[in-house]
Design a protein. Structure first.
Length: 185
């Protein structure tokens, strides 16, 4: 049986619209998945390394679900990685606990997809934002070649009922695409 660990890295699920919908949908679509809601578990950023490493070591597929904040993952997810992916566990001469596990990055942006293209405002492609994660994956021996991305999910849209409904639909579709990716592994 495939063990799926979904690590949710939004810093406050209650302030999220899109990522909260994605997580709620995933809980219904993947009832056997293990959900690691970092904002609920570690609101003070003090990560239980042993508990988290055990979850990681037991997972066949690890999904990182998060919004892009300033061209990277949120601080809580970054902290989680800093604590859990340590020499001797995830990498190094004896650090083989994650080798062969599959990793899927699942993320959203407030700006539309067009903003993350070479000719967009930032002048970079969305895949360039994944370079640090790809490097970490290589170091840790993850199989990482898939990501699920949806743009145009800004929290500022929540005050417009029509835009909010469209955001809800896009978020639910994101969750379905992610489950399809998981099931394809």
């Amino acid at each position: 049986m495939t063990n799926v660990l979904i690590v949710y890295g939004h810093t406050d699920v209650n302030e999220s619209v899109a990522n909260k919908i994605i997580i709620d949908e995933l809980k219904e679509l993947l009832p056997d998945g293990e959900f690691d809601l970092l904002d609920e578990l570690y609101p003070n950023y003090v990560i239980d390394k042993e508990a988290e490493q055990e979850k990681l070591a037991n997972a066949d597929i690890i999904v990182l679900q998060y919004p892009i904040y300033w061209y990277g993952m949120p601080s809580l997810m970054k902290r989680w990685m800093e604590v859990c992916f340590e020499h001797g566990f995830s990498h190094g001469s004896n650090g083989d606990k994650l080798q062969g596990s599959k990793l899927i990055a699942s993320f959203t942006t407030g700006a539309p997809e067009q903003a993350y293209q070479k000719d967009g405002p930032a002048g970079i492609d969305i895949e360039e934002l994944l370079l640090p994660l790809k490097g970490a994956s290589n170091l840790c021996g993850f199989e990482f070649d898939k990501f699920v991305y949806t743009g145009g999910l800004s929290y500022t849209m929540r005050s417009d009922p029509e835009a909010l409904e469209a955001m809800k639909e896009k978020s639910a579709e994101h969750a379905k695409r992610l489950v399809d990716e998981i099931n394809s592994l």
